[in-house]
Design a protein. Structure first.
Length: 103
């Protein structure tokens, strides 16, 4: 794998992992009744998810233009991180709202 692709994949993993961590942090903060902090954590999750999703979109657009990307286990792992982070963020938003209603 060339170093440019390796750096891109690492950035995908880091940004998606960070988004997932913020989402999980938001749930814990809401559970403790810290709703302002929970919403801030969700905003941070959105920012990091946006960066990861933007890189993913660039890859897809390049593919559509005929610039093929070699798919290897490292890339599959990065895509897995993105999808897991998206799901965690979406569920965290719902869980924070539930805690707010219960609190």
């Amino acid at each position: 794998m060339d170093s440019e692709k390796e750096m891109l994949v690492m950035n995908l993993i880091v940004d998606a992992g960070s988004a997932r961590s913020y989402a999980m942090q938001a749930i814990q903060l809401a559970k403790e009744g810290n709703f302002d902090e929970a919403l801030e954590a969700l905003e941070n999750a959105d920012k990091d998810m946006s960066k990861a999703h933007g890189m993913q979109t660039d890859l897809i657009q390049n593919e559509a233009k005929g610039n093929k990307t070699e798919i290897d286990l490292f890339m599959v792992h990065a895509q897995d991180h993105i999808m897991t982070a998206m799901l965690a963020r979406d569920l965290a938003k719902e869980i924070v709202e539930l805690y707010k209603k219960l609190g």
